[in-house]
Ligand binder design. Structure first.
Ligand code: HEM
Length: 364
């Protein structure tokens, strides 16, 4: 337990139980928001995120999730695949892939942001704006505490106004865009759930996928034998992506509140306690993964929990996997040798997030 009274679990079995069990919910019993107990005041960030499906409990969660599901079904994602392919090739041929190359802002970030912008109907020209907003929103979300939620108000206001503006001119957006479809038929969403849900999708739709692609390139630069093997056997890319998700899970911390007294081994945890699953630790659990410290793309039965477990399991996992697969399929044939030069992790605890990735490339 830490000084704020949060109880951490690290074993794979305990993390899976916390995320999947009915006694554990996103909101505290008798609370006023996902991070605030009775008597505390909700700041504007917490008010906004309390309308995200991620921080809702049943039954409302299911209504909201259903409303936003349409673009993330396998059929809808198959339809967006040609767009992802085109953008990946465009980004990689826009500048010479030779010598020292910065890949985070030139490839790993723009690819997923262009894809989620296309799905939502948001102008991709506003991409630089989203980069700043997402960095601030990620930092506010990172602490996962009532105090942490007090920061980031300014950015949430900007994003809310931005989506209000887009919703007001929804009829001018492409007919297949989610904003236009939900504007015409909000599927039982309140106005606040619609606006906040779009903020959530824009953010969740690229922040973590950016990190999956960037961590993957960094790992390949650090493991030249794996890099060569993947070049020769691109059919191994999907398994490599699962191992990147295990080894460098983009989301490292997931929290729930206990709604009854629970026992974890000898520990009795009272009702109304915040508990946090440390995903990165669960991915190092030797009871589930042989030699967990090794980056091994041939791992059999890779039971990582990078996309969560249970009710809140990631809605974008198929899309994220496809984007990463296309990113590596497009990148690897263009590169003969890949060497690490410089990278920088943001100082966060919940998100494993690079904000600089420079590699040295010998072109193919
Ligand atoms: C590598 C990329 C991604 C990772 C690692 C990831 C991870 C996660 C995790 C761990 C959760 C569960 C949170 C919890 O249980 O508290 C989650 C939920 C969610 N993710 Fe992702 N995600 C990724 C990409 C995406 C993408 C591309 C989208 C598309 C917009 C997306 C949309 C969502 C949504 C909507 C939820 C909430 C589901 C719910 O509450 O029912 N994610 N994600």
């Amino acid at each position: 337990m830490n000084h704020e009274g949060v109880v951490y679990v690290t074993r794979h079995e305990d993390c899976s139980r916390l995320l999947g069990g009915k006694q554990f919910k996103r909101n505290p019993p008798d609370g006023v928001g996902p991070f605030s107990k009775a008597g505390q005041t909700l700041g504007s960030v917490e008010q906004t995120v309390s309308h995200w499906m991620l921080f809702m409990d049943q039954p409302r969660h299911d209504v909201v999730r259903r409303a936003f599901t349409m673009p993330f079904t396998p059929a809808a994602i198959a339809a967006v695949e040609p767009f992802i392919l085109r953008r990946a090739h465009e980004l990689l041929t826009k500048y010479p892939l030779r010598g020292e190359v910065e890949l985070l802002k030139n490839f790993c970030y723009p690819l997923p942001v262009m894809v989620i912008a296309e799905i939502l109907g948001v102008p991709a020209a506003d991409m630089d704006l989203f980069y700043q907003w997402s960095a601030k929103l990620t930092a506010a979300m990172d602490s996962g505490t009532h105090e942490g939620m007090q920061t980031g108000a300014e950015v949430v206001k900007l994003m809310t106004d931005y989506f209000d503006g887009l919703l007001a001119r929804a009829e001018e957006l492409p007919p297949h865009s989610l904003i236009r479809m939900l504007h015409n038929d909000p599927m039982q969403l309140t106005a606040a759930e619609l606006n906040s849900g779009l903020i959530f999708l824009l953010w969740s739709g690229h922040e973590t996928t950016k990190n999956l692609i960037a961590s993957g390139i960094q790992l390949l630069a650090d493991h030249p034998a794996v890099f060569s093997e993947l070049k020769q056997h691109p059919e191994l890319i999907p398994a490599a992506i699962e191992e990147i998700l295990r080894y460098d899970a983009p989301v490292q911390k997931l929290s729930r509140w206990t709604h009854e007294e629970v026992a974890f081994g000898d520990f009795i945890i009272p009702r109304g306690t915040m508990m946090t699953a440390l995903v990165g630790a669960a991915h190092q659990d030797a009871a589930v993964f042989n030699d967990p410290e090794l980056f091994n793309i041939h791992r059999a039965d890779n039971r990582h929990i990078a996309f969560g477990v249970g009710l809140h399991r990631c809605m974008g996992s198929i899309l994220a996997r496809l984007e990463a697969q296309i990113a590596f399929q497009a990148f690897l044939p263009l590169v003969k040798e890949l060497r690490p030069v410089r990278h920088h992790w943001r100082t966060l605890s919940a998100f494993r997030s690079l904000d600089e990735l420079v590699v040295e490339i010998v072109p193919a």
